[in-house]
Design a protein around this ligand. Structure first.
Ligand code: CMC
Length: 431
């Protein structure tokens, strides 16, 4: 398909420049400004990339107005109902749903890589016990390139493939180890007879002195959390992975960079921040004050778990997650806890309040995922590591797509310089 079929014309400073308009399969057209600096000696200005497409991608599509999320064209609601996380991993990585044989082969490849190098256990022991698990993960995943240097040559497709499988397989093990380490409990080795989400729950909650049987409802809820977080096109952490990878850095280093970015409270850290906020609000009586603070421009307080850069109607992941939250809370018989009451009331008020309705601030996926994870017994510090485990496949799929793109260049944004113009150095005695 010819991606450039018409032009936009830009006139300024007595110049007229024709800019090709690129056609997507769906979504907004994109004005190609690559020649703008060469022909017009100007840059464009777009902090936060609110109107800038930085790459071509065929992986994930979001329509923020419709509240639609598609992985390789498939709606997230259908995948959440009919598929499972490892099948979604295959879909994101390779572009199509697997047949039976392909699925079995993929599952076997992932399962064979779940254990980490034994030396990594000693590496973990270098961290303080009270480290945040995300801090440990940034370090350990970055260090994977030291443990698995036979899969760091980005020019070798086979090594790229092995690195991808290793990361999908080992991130749950690493996240569970970070958790166990923070508790002072022994690491639990992966159990390959279990499916992917059950294996993760087992590594987190089993102890050597007791049997631990994974409840299928909790395993299904974990699988859904993973599916719903698996990819989200060019979000901050994915763009970080792409930018890091654009210099030719190895995939483990790039994913470590993605984990670091994800940690922030405006991105993956929102699930932890949201639960902490619900606890801080404490009781339903305190909600009006929280709402007042959220609206007050002079107060930095925001309602965590509300709003989204792209979804301006509703977050389709939040709908599915809400159903899962109800299932998990029913199973565990949690109906009356104070945090849940605050969450439900806050959701009700925010959906009716003029400020939130007008600004289209709906509960996002993190509002509900925190509630589920807390009910399962995870401490808030594990919420973002679980997001990182789930998003790894998205990061690695986007990284692979970028490496395979012959037009790919090192990412190098420009700037609007507002500092001093050239001036001469003043000797210390004269300042
Ligand atoms: N509480 C109160 N006001 C808000 C909130 C909020 N959570 N989010 C946005 N606003 C207001 C904001 O003050 C602004 O008002 P005004 O137009 O009067 O200045 C308006 O809504 C637009 O906000 P923005 O900051 O320009 O929007 P953004 O697209 O840059 O930010 C966001 C998106 C997700 C960072 C923001 O909504 C936020 O901080 N939400 C809370 C954190 C959160 O839950 N993040 C998780 C996102 S979902 C997981 C993921 O994909 O990473």
């Amino acid at each position: 398909m010819d991606k450039m079929i018409k032009n936009a014309t830009l006139s300024f400073n007595g110049k007229t420049i024709d800019l090709p308009i690129m056609q997507p399969t769906v979504g907004p057209e994109v004005i190609d400004i690559r020649k703008l600096y060469g022909q017009g000696d100007v840059f464009t200005y777009d902090p936060g990339f609110t109107s800038t497409a930085a790459c071509d991608s065929a992986i994930t599509y979001i329509d923020g107005d419709k509240g639609e999320l598609l992985y390789r064209g498939y709606p997230i609601e259908q995948l959440a109902e009919k598929s499972h996380f490892l099948e979604v991993c295959y879909l994101l990585l390779y572009g199509e749903l697997p047949d039976e044989g392909q699925m079995k082969d993929f599952e076997a490849r992932v399962t064979n890589h779940t254990m980490v190098h034994e030396q990594m256990h000693y590496f973990f022991r270098g961290f303080r016990r009270d480290s945040h698990p995300m801090a440990t993960m940034v370090g350990v995943v970055g260090a994977m390139s030291a443990f698995y240097h036979d899969s760091t040559d980005i020019n070798d497709p086979w090594q790229r493939e092995v690195a991808a499988i290793r990361m999908i397989a080992k991130l749950p093990t690493i996240a569970a180890m970070a958790y166990k380490y923070s508790l002072g409990q022994p690491f639990v080795y992966p159990k390959n007879s279990l499916d992917y989400p059950s294996n993760f729950l087992h590594m987190c909650f089993a102890v050597p002195c007791e049997d631990y049987v994974v409840d299928p409802i909790l395993s299904k809820a974990m699988d859904r959390i993973m599916m719903l977080h698996a990819d989200h096109e060019q979000n901050a952490s994915t763009s970080t992975v792409r930018l890091a990878g654009s210099s030719g850095a190895n995939p483990f280093a790039c994913v470590a960079a993605g984990i670091a970015c994800l940690w922030g409270p405006a991105h993956g850290g929102a699930n932890q921040a949201c639960l902490e906020m619900l606890r801080e609000i404490g009781t339903v009586e305190n909600i009006p004050d929280a709402i007042r603070r959220a609206k007050d421009k002079s107060d930095p307080f925001r309602l965590m778990g509300f709003g989204h850069r792209v979804y301006k109607n509703f977050d389709p992941r939040a709908k599915v997650m809400k159903e899962s939250a109800d299932e998990v809370l029913d199973l565990l018989g949690i109906h009356n806890n104070e945090t849940l009451k605050v969450a439900k009331e806050l959701e009700r008020i925010a959906l009716e309040d003029e400020y939130f309705v007008e600004k289209k601030l709906y509960p996002n996926v993190d509002f509900y995922s925190g509630i589920i994870l807390e009910a399962m017994g995870f401490p808030t510090s594990m919420f973002t590591p679980i997001f990182a485990v789930s998003r790894t496949v998205g990061w690695i799929s986007q990284w692979k797509e970028m490496i395979g793109d012959p037009t790919q260049k090192i990412g190098r944004p420009r700037q609007l310089y507002i500092g001093q113009t050239r001036r001469d150095y003043t000797d210390l005695a004269k300042r």
